[in-house]
Design a protein around this ligand. Structure first.
Ligand SMILES: O=C(O)C(=O)C[C@]1(C(=O)O)C=C[C@@H](O)C=C1
Length: 358
């Protein structure tokens, strides 16, 4: 080994020692935080607003060469490990193991949580409502395929609050036990993923049967038992089912992103950069939509999403899912909602939560 390399490694060793001592000190402080929370009768250890504040601080201070996201990911894991000293959290997600929803849960909470795969979006809500899981993670919309109605509909009858959002770039791969694409006769995947790779499939596998299954992870499991088949799924499913890559990143839109929501029982205090989601029921009369939206414009509040769903409460009533910028404790948001309540049949606040940091 050259002297130059040796001395660089010595400096890295010294820094690692300092970093380790600092991480240990941070972990001890987290233990002290836990004791303080306990003494104050607090039952909730996870603080979404504080975590967002810490991660934003990390990104603001960062000057490279690591990217902001990379640096924040490192701190994400340190905080996750610190929180695990306070309390191990159980996170329910739309399973099975290896789904993008699991990847979103780990991106949001870090890897020091326990993840609990469940069969349906409804099961995720029930598990959090019953207290068996601390939080739940469910998909809510995809940039190419649109909104996930099951999730929106669950909010109509649930008392849970949204306490976070996660955005995940979705990369789809063609995975198989078979090393030769010419031997593939069937492709398994979730119907949304088949749709997201439509052009690629038409171009490369137009003669191959497409089989729509309940999740990409299930598709990967099937492909692992059927060597004449392939699955369209993500990296974690490839790892879990030991599949090889026949083609990578086959999604039609490279910017393909899915947004997930984190649901829990606690309302989240302001973090300084928040969103508020609500469900607004209106009567079907002329100008209802205009009247409903006017308070947001008057109070200078940006709306990032509006979706309508049949309300299931009478044939002509609609429910609108609306996301706005700001926190329910902000004066202008509070005032706009007070005014909205005068014209709407019902306004249900689903939660104010930090805008996705990572
Ligand atoms: O500040 C707190 O309340 C903590 O518990 C500490 C800490 C952290 O490690 O910074 C850990 C977990 C919380 O979710 C937020 C922050």
């Amino acid at each position: 080994m050259s002297d130059d390399l040796l001395s660089l490694r010595q400096r890295i060793d010294e820094l690692d020692e300092q970093l380790q001592a600092l991480i240990t000190e941070r972990a001890r402080l987290a233990e002290e935080v836990a004791r303080t929370k306990q003494a104050e009768g607090e039952e909730v250890f996870y603080r979404a607003e504080r975590e967002a504040e810490v991660l934003r601080g990390v990104m603001q201070r960062n000057q490279g060469p690591l990217s902001n996201e990379e640096m924040a990911r490192l701190f994400r894991e340190i905080m996750s490990a610190c929180l695990a000293l306070e309390r191990i959290m159980n996170i329910a997600f739309l399973g099975p193991e290896g789904t993008f929803t699991q990847a979103a849960a780990l991106k949001h909470f870090g890897h020091s949580v326990q993840t609990l795969p469940l069969g349906t979006i409804g099961d995720v809500f029930r598990e959090v409502e019953s207290g068996n899981a601390s939080y739940g993670v469910v998909p809510v919309e995809n940039s190419t395929e649109g909104v996930i109605n099951h999730t929106l509909d669950e909010f109509m009858n649930s008392s849970l609050s949204i306490c976070g959002e996660v955005e995940l770039r979705i990369h789809h791969h063609l995975l198989s036990k078979n090393p030769d694409i010419r031997n593939i006769h069937r492709v398994y995947s979730h119907q949304q993923s088949l749709a997201q790779c439509r052009k690629w499939l038409d171009m490369h596998l137009s003669q191959v049967q497409q089989i729509d299954v309940s999740s990409n992870a299930e598709a990967a499991r099937l492909a692992s038992t059927d060597p004449e088949s392939a699955a369209i799924a993500g990296e974690s499913a490839a790892d879990i089912y030991a599949l090889g890559y026949l083609a990578k990143n086959i999604e039609d839109h490279p910017e393909n992103t899915t947004r997930f929501l984190v649901v829990g029982k606690r309302e989240t205090p302001p973090s300084g950069n928040d969103k508020t989601s609500m469900l607004v029921y209106t009567r079907n009369k002329p100008g209802a939509l205009y009247t409903m939206l006017a308070p947001f414009a008057q109070h200078n509040i940006s709306m990032s999403r509006i979706e309508s769903r049949p309300s299931h409460q009478g044939m002509w009533n609609y429910a609108f899912f609306i996301d706005i910028e700001g926190h329910i404790e902000d004066n202008n948001v509070r005032q706009a909602i007070d005014e909205l309540e005068e014209s709407a049949s019902l306004v249900k606040i689903l939660g104010s939560y930090p805008r996705a940091v990572l």
